[in-house]
Write a protein that binds this ligand. Structure first.
Ligand SMILES: Cc1ncc(COP(=O)(O)O)c(C=O)c1O
Length: 343
């Protein structure tokens, strides 16, 4: 029986058509600025996000970290929401590479009032001056939840009024756009820099972009080289991104419907809790009431269902291009059966 891999939307394998597009890509040396496919991808993503420029980088981590480094000095502070990926899951890069510190607000999504209260001005030599407010949309560790647009606008204008810079970790901005019906550029409005990933729901094997004003992207270009991210015939990878944007963006609603089907199938199951009001996109958080997440995950693996732990009693399941409705319903049956036996 086929394995149902719900560990992440990063586990997808390039489709045959994507591989063909990669094989056919026109390429050049991108460190010399000579790769036409990379250029085309950068131009089209800048257009989609509504920024002056965009830069192709290998990973979402690099996109976030060079954008943050480009706009901070060592000792500066970045305001983040709870469990922001750029703090929790990027190997300490913000501290190691930018030398910035973080101030984490209590919730994943936060308000303009919280930003104003957290802000510290550089007029006080005792404090770390707050330079950047970083938002994650959708928010991974919160279960793929989407920000309210009015709240986003309030946060970004409060930050700008205080002279701060705004950064959007939009690794899954595509999912937020599909879930809200608002185009990506509307969700990115108000942000000075934006990172987006091609290797999550869009199904490309690698690649992210950092988007922003031309002068900031020029600084990011240097930082990409400094951090070892200057790739040569990168058009092979960029072609996968071009293909993903053309063919896999509009279908993300299928992943969202599959996530909802999984969540609904598990919501009433014995020994499990799923908050359906927080299933906005392609991620489902499943709480195990008796027993640990790892114990359930271990048994599910033997039954061909792969899941990730998001805490000692919390399982994270992510839908994507390589799982269909039958797959998620089989996963739901397996998870419910295991949880019942633990309950
Ligand atoms: C919200 C978010 N931002 C950034 C990243 C980093 O992407 P990458 O794994 O390509 O470095 C991820 C990866 O899962 C993510 O979920």
């Amino acid at each position: 029986m086929a394995v149902v891999d719900l560990r992440s939307d990063t586990v997808t394998r390039p489709t045959r058509a994507m591989r063909q597009a990669m094989a056919d890509a026109e390429v050049g040396d991108d460190v010399y600025g000579e790769d036409p496919t990379v250029r085309a991808l950068e131009d089209s993503v800048a257009e989609l996000i509504g920024t002056e420029a965009a830069l192709f980088v290998p990973t979402g981590t690099m996109a976030n970290q060079i954008a943050l480094k480009a706009n901070t000095k060592p000792g500066d502070e970045v305001i983040i929401g709870k469990d922001a990926h750029l703090w929790r899951h990027e190997s300490g890069a913000l501290a190691a590479l930018a030398g910035a510190q973080t101030q984490m607000l209590p919730d994943h999504r936060f308000t303009a009032a919280e930003v104003k209260a957290a802000f510290k001005s550089d007029s006080d030599p005792y404090v770390s001056p707050t330079r950047i407010v970083a938002v994650e949309n959708t928010h991974n560790m919160a279960g793929g939840i989407v920000w309210d647009r009015a709240q986003l606008a309030e946060v970004t204008s409060a930050a700008h009024a205080l002279g701060m810079i705004t950064h959007l970790d939009g690794a899954r901005l595509w999912n937020a756009a599909v879930a809200t019906g608002a185009p990506e550029k509307e969700l990115a409005a108000g942000f000075d820099t934006v990172s987006v990933c091609l290797s999550k729901g869009l199904g490309a094997p690698a690649g992210s972009l950092v988007c922003g004003p031309r002068d900031v992207i020029r600084r990011c270009h240097r930082l990409r080289k400094m951090h070892g991210g200057g790739m040569r015939q990168a058009g092979i990878l960029a072609a996968a991104g071009v293909h993903a944007l053309a063919h896999h963006r509009a279908r993300l609603h299928e992943d969202h419907a599959n996530a909802r089907a999984l969540a609904e199938a598990l919501a009433g199951a014995k020994n499990l809790a799923v908050d359906l009001s927080r299933v906005h996109t392609n991620i489902v958080m499943i709480d195990v009431l008796h027993g640990t997440a790892d114990a359930v995950i271990g048994v599910a693996r033997e039954d061909g269902v792969l899941l990730g732990a998001a805490g000692p009693h919390r399982i994270r399941a992510v839908t994507h291009l390589d799982v269909d409705r039958d797959g998620v319903l089989r996963a739901a049956r397996v998870i419910a059966e295991i949880a019942t036996s633990f309950g």
